[in-house]
Design a binder for this molecule. Structure first.
Ligand code: 5GP
Length: 115
């Protein structure tokens, strides 16, 4: 397990980011390179590198990540129109930052399948 990550530094406010929500378990902030009008990353404050590293003990935390994304989508006003939640895992999944995160993407029509 890595002892520190870029996103852990963002959660500790050591690296600047546009944080939109934070509590003792999760942090949400705008992606630095948005691919949709809304592109927010929701992370656990504790380091879980990939989805493969989550355990049954993280079940409640994983639920909080999803519900945080849902609440943010409502607040932003994209819930009714729709949005996409994405978790990339490892190289074939397109993961580039090894600190588990959910992408909240919205504000435009999404296509399927993803590239
Ligand atoms: P992944 O490819 O791992 O699923 O997504 C990582 C995301 O983190 C990318 O969308 C990328 O733009 C974003 N990202 C990388 N570095 C930073 C950063 O320093 N600040 C913020 N806010 N987002 C970042």
């Amino acid at each position: 397990m890595p002892t520190d990550t870029l996103f852990a530094k963002i959660a500790r406010r050591e690296v600047p980011a546009r944080i939109v929500y934070q509590d003792e378990a999760v942090t949400a902030f705008h992606d630095i390179n948005p691919v949709a009008p809304t592109h927010i990353l929701v992370i656990p404050n504790k380091i879980i590198p990939t989805m493969n590293d989550a355990t049954d003990d993280d079940a409640a935390l994983l639920g909080r990540l999803l519900l945080t994304a849902q609440k943010l989508a409502r607040q932003i006003g994209i819930a009714e129109g729709g949005y996409r939640l994405v978790v990339n895992c490892n190289p074939d999944g397109g993961q580039s930052v090894y600190h588990l995160h959910i992408h909240l993407l919205g504000g435009r029509k999404m296509t399927w399948p993803p590239g």
